[in-house]
Write a protein that binds this ligand. Structure first.
Ligand code: FAD
Ligand code: NAG
Ligand code: NAG
Length: 494
């Protein structure tokens, strides 16, 4: 599906680098693209060049490995300016990237050596009490959205830790602390405002452009540049939760508590992540707990709370404060590189959790002499019915709603670019191993939908993310983007 739209010398590969862009020819070409964009946009938008502080801010990602130097960054302030910018990029066939919160673990997904569109100026939240919806600008991170909705006593179904972008998380599917109650993030989208590859600004919802609406719910950046998302809102008050960190000697107790929690807890207001983690010289576990109410009923989290923790913060607080309680929103260091990956696990049975702990141990030893600083296997526990909050076939992701699965989040962080291939390979092989263990347990791993927002080492194909939806997505793309303009930007392609 890749049309070789761009044939100049500017870009050799999305992940490779600036060397290609740094030729005299491409710099002058870059200048001409950037200055042409500058001359076409309104005063509500701006273009920044290397050396400017705004350029540096636009270029920043959660993982340093997800960045690459762009010719210039552009901050569109209106959908019409996005349309004007796209026209220039299409005319000149220049690769581009769209950056929301910059949290992707995929190099080249929201970075480019062409033109980077940083969406941060699209930063408004408008609450509509009558329809219980909120219009949210795609340049925001979830913290901002929760903060602005707090005064109305409502929130939206979104990210679980600080700093994640609204755009990328939603366009991939989205798992929230509220997913057990209300479904995936895409199940709670009422509509998208999107600038199509032909420059038209349109709305996609259940009534208008419903094929596009379906496609954007999990289909990433294949159909246009999204400028605003309308979400359902839900009442929220004080919630309970936070995190605790326990050391190696408590890991068996964590696993026992986790197995008991999986077997017994059916309360949709409760949510849990148990992250087995290797740091240099040590194994630990970080337990993140959530309850939608000021105190959890007795019995739900007691086994965890009884563990001896070395660090933590648990209590009754606002939803915003809960989300902003570390640790998982913080990168292991300021120049940390990293990937996410996942595995085809239907449900986390005891032997699979044991295998996850074994993987943590195994790779901590295996990568001990590399620049790895943190190897995380986050076991996210959801109720078996979370996909029943929206009808089968209502979204690009997941391709089936009849199959239960565990969206395991593996995240390896390291510091040396020389270790990129090593780390990526280790994650892919660990993911494969866990898939084998699940299959050996009799799980139908071939039917497990792979969560693309976690699968960023790209050891899984788009086929594994979209499954039977892939053909439908390809024909919707053909309709809205016949000349593959969105092929100029990186990420999952249909
Ligand atoms: C610390 C951390 C915590 C996380 N927690 C969760 C979690 O709780 N739940 C969960 O589901 N996932 C979680 N994730 C994964 C997360 O969903 C992805 O990293 C996601 O890509 C983040 O979105 P972003 O806007 O920050 O990313 P970006 O890197 O800005 O963008 C990601 C992708 O979205 C595309 N995109 C961005 N904006 C637009 C737009 N306006 N129009 C079209 N395409 C666009 C980009 O092209 C890119 O391919 C977490 C990741 C991290 C690092
Ligand atoms: C937690 O610890 C307390 C005090 O030691 C004990 O009374 C209680 O039974 C423990 N609860 C669980 C669930 O183990
Ligand atoms: C632990 O993991 C390694 C690496 O995946 C694997 O080779 C080994 O068989 C596993 N050990 C057990 C006991 O499962």
């Amino acid at each position: 599906m890749h049309l070789p739209l761009f044939t100049g010398s500017l870009i050799l590969s999305s992940a490779a680098g600036f060397a290609a862009a740094a030729t005299a020819q491409s710099i002058s070409r870059g200048n001409s693209v950037c200055s042409q964009i500058q001359s076409t946009i309104s005063t509500q938008s701006a273009v920044y060049l290397p050396g400017q502080s705004e350029y540096d801010a636009d270029q920043t990602h959660y993982f340093a490995s997800s960045s690459q130097p762009a010719l210039c960054t552009v901050e569109p302030g209106t959908p019409n300016d996005v349309s004007r910018i796209l026209n220039v990029l299409v005319q000149q066939k220049v690769p581009f990237a769209i950056k929301g919160g910059g949290h992707t673990g995929g190099p080249g997904f929201s970075s480019t050596s062409g033109v980077l569109l940083s969406m941060n100026r699209l930063n408004t939240v408008q609450y509509h009490a009558s329809s219980q919806t909120a219009d949210v600008g795609v340049g925001l991170v979830w913290d901002d959205v929760y903060e602005q909705l707090q005064q109305f006593g409502v929130t939206v179904v979104g990210g679980r830790v600080s700093g994640i972008g609204v755009a990328g998380l939603t366009l991939g599917g989205g798992y929230s602390w509220l997913t057990n109650q209300y479904g995936l993030v895409v199940d709670n989208v009422v509509g998208f405002q999107v600038v199509l590859p032909n420059g038209n600004v349109v709305v996609a919802n259940a009534q208008t452009a419903s094929d596009l609406f379906f496609a954007l719910k999990g289909g990433y950046n294949n159909f246009g540049v999204v400028t605003q998302i309308t979400f359902k809102t839900y009442p929220i008050g004080q919630v309970w939760g936070g995190y605790m960190v326990v050391l190696d000697d408590q890991l068996n107790a964590v696993t026992a508590a986790l197995n008991k929690y999986i077997a017994n807890v059916k309360d949709p207001k409760a949510a849990l992540i148990a992250a087995y983690t290797g740091v240099p010289g040590e194994l630990l576990a970080s337990i993140e707990m959530f309850y939608d109410g000021p105190t959890p009923p007795a019995g739900i989290f007691d086994d965890f709370l009884n563990l001896t923790s070395v660090q933590g913060s648990i209590g009754t607080r606002s939803f915003l404060e809960l989300v902003q309680t570390p640790p998982s929103g913080q990168a292991a260091g300021p120049v940390t590189r990293g990937y996410y990956d996942t595995a085809t696990i239907a449900s986390p049975t005891g032997p699979i959790i044991d295998a996850i702990v074994n993987e943590t141990t195994f790779w901590s030893t295996q990568l001990a002499s590399s620049s790895a600083v943190e190897l995380v296997y986050a076991v996210e526990i959801f109720l078996p019915n979370i996909l029943q909050h929206a009808p089968e076939g209502s979204s690009a992701y997941p391709p089936t709603r009849s199959t239960q699965y565990l969206p395991l989040a593996m995240n390896f962080q390291y510091t040396s670019a020389g270790d990129d291939a090593l780390i990526k390979g280790a994650m892919a092989s660990s993911a494969t191993q866990l898939g084998h263990v699940a299959a050996a347990q009799g799980q139908n791993t071939g039917a497990v939908p792979v969560y693309g927002n976690y699968a960023t080492t790209q050891s899984f194909s788009a086929q594994r993310i979209f499954g039977a939806n892939l053909g439908r997505l390809q024909s919707i793309k053909q309709k809205y983007d016949p000349s593959n303009v969105m092929g100029l930007t990186g990420g999952w392609k249909v």
